[in-house]
Design a protein around this ligand. Sequence first.
Ligand code: SF4
Length: 370
Amino acid sequence: MKIKRVRKKIIKIGNVKIGGNNPIAIQSMVKADTRNVNAVIRQVKNLKSSGCDIVRIAVKDKESAQAIACIKRKTDIPIVADIHFSYELALLSIKNGADKIRLNPGNIYKKDEVRQVALAAACAGIPIRVGLNSGSVGGVRNNRKRKNPRNCKTNNLMTTAALSYIKMLEGFGFYNIVVSLKASNILDTIYAYKEFSKKSNYPLHLGITATGFPRAGIIKSAIGIGALLLDGIGDTLRVSLTDDPCEEIIAAKDILCALNLRNFGPEIISCPTCGRCEVDLVNIVKDLEKKLLNSEARRYNKSSRVLSKPTKVAVMGCVVNGPGEAKDADLGIAFGKKSGLLFKKGKAFKKIKESQATKVILKELNALIS
Ligand code: SF4
């Protein structure tokens, strides 16, 4: 089964296209202070080698906006300037070469200010993301409550606020737009994106915001972003985690791989193990994951955004489900007592020792995908 994507307007962010049938782009945000250019560049490079397509940086003052020019000279990944409160910082970021501007309608909404940013972005040929966020939608809520108190729930508010902001941008002749409607509540987020998607053709940047502990953040993001992706909604995404930003990329890649929307290397199938297992399967799989992550990252750098054909690898603990899953995969091992039977393309190939498992899998995998 394949997910049928909702085709939205194609928007270009630096050298990355989103919308239409383009691959769903992965984004993250630099967590270093933007004024510390060396630290930013280090993080940007790590993000890129992890598989990030677009990087956002926080622009909180003039110095941060000016740093964009220097950051741009040292990397070719698209740089998005994240702006709050000050339209002047948006103008300065555009002047310094930002590839996209994120504006928050909750804190930059004065018509003349938005007009100036739209005109500058149009001149530079870059898009604006209308980035709604449940944590800063308060300004919009206060205005609206006076007019229509029943239409003030977060999800309704984010959708209607995004639509009216877009109307304002379109009124200035600006149509190069991406939209996000992130809430910390998964159901609010899903509702807002679904409602918005029915009403607008602009591409959507997906995300759940303020997700809490990293493990919970991955689960919340997988549920929220996954539910939208299953409905074909979403053109780019960010998994927000209170963690190293590279973890956001790994989680984003896992979500996209799980839904067969992008392929970043082999899909690993492994059993949870139980009392029947007679090898240290947990550590074999952990070791394999660590080694594969590095090799995937290297291949990603050299390759295009869409990678090699999907490959399935099964690593199974015993004869109950092992041979069946191993036969079904491109490459599989069904373990028994301290050893396993290796399968290639559905056929039993050879017996291997437990201690050689990771080495053999990686060697056979390389042969399979090269
Ligand atoms: S495949 Fe075997 S070891 Fe793994 S969970 Fe199933 S029964 Fe247990």
